[in-house]
Design a protein around this ligand. Sequence first.
Ligand code: FCB
Length: 457
Amino acid sequence: MRFPEGFLWGAATAAFQVEGATTADGRGRSIWDEFCEVPGAVVGGHTGEPAADHYRRFDEDVRLMADLGLQAYRFSVAWPRVRPDGGLVNKAGLDFYDRLVDRLLAAGIEPWPTLYHWDLPQPLEERGGWAARATPYRFADFAASTAEALGDRVRHWTTLNEPWCSAFLGYAAGVHAPGRRDPRAAVAAVHHLLLGHGLAAEVIRAASARAEVGITLNLYPVIPADPDDPADVDAARRVDGLQNRIFLEPLFHGRYPDDVVEDLAPYGFTAHVRDGDLDAVAAPLDRLGVNYYAEHHVSGRPGPAVAGSPWVGAEHVTFPGRGLPRTDMGWEVEPSGLTEVLLRVHRDYPPIPLYVTENGAAYRDAVAPDGAVRDPERLGYLESHLRAAHAAIEAGADLRGYFAWSLMDNFEWAEGYAKRFGIVHVDYATQVRTPKMSAMWYSQVAKDNALATVVAP
Ligand code: FCB
């Protein structure tokens, strides 16, 4: 099963999840530093320290990626390192990414920075966070200084990672930083994140003529539990609206979907949309990043409303399981959903190069006495999803690359360090890295640009 020539094979991380060194070289505090310290925190005592100590060990990590034959590294730039209070630039913080980019290029690995992977500077949250209209403009300032510093060497930029999580998990459900449970703030955040994307795209292009700009969305097929039950069908429409179309429609067509606007009217959604905003949001995209983990199977049968639901206006929807095998996150393994989301973008939106910017699975890995980490379940997960990605290419999707989530075990947000997503194992006490069996296998796939082995389920 060969992939198209030039198909890009990479792995991904994000700043707060791997870097540690949260006070080094003038880094300021982010909403995640704060959220980890809230008494009785969701995160259960975990913090951003030491994470995988990537800030100090990036050199070793780049060597590891080179040994595995990875062609691209998707990482994120920590806003609180670059503009610690949202204002003035901190050169020492920016310099870390300068070193990282140089080291990657010297190793023949393409740097793929993401500008916002959820670490808003805390001082900006104190001024309203993403619910405030000033925040997208501060984001553009951060994007400009980063692109000016790195744009001579970096070509592949991603503005936001999964704005759905930032807006709805952060501001409605309260299970991600900043931990607010305010649906009105969440819908304001949706628009301000998208505006921030548009403004950032413009300044990145102004700073670097060779820049290629994308955004990463977490897309899900949304399927009614019972396609003959109108309540399930309507729940699926609403969830699809909030998860997928509220981002895809403005990015590709410069408008919010009518049904979503209507669903969100009680929360003051469109009050935030000013003249010209949607033109900025719909600035041409060079590619779309798709993160995929599972499907949503949705039921709308009347049940108790869930306190702290991310589904603004649809708090009563439930997600019945299908009895499939689950990862350590409790997510069902549904590879065909990856084919489906890629083909949906291909079918329903203008032609655009696609990249899977995240896909992977958490399992309970351990280092065996012989020093090996055998993770057949992860290997099987990756393999089945690569087959699904290949099926999308065969059916016409312009998929150009794939990034495994994650290069290494890291801080899994509300779950802390308990969930291991890496293809490389990290011993947090010693910071020793051990490539898992899945990493060796993935390395061979990247080298062959093909899936050779059939793995028994
Ligand atoms: C995605 C995030 C990423 C990681 C994976 C498991 O939603 O973008 O940082 O936590 O989930």
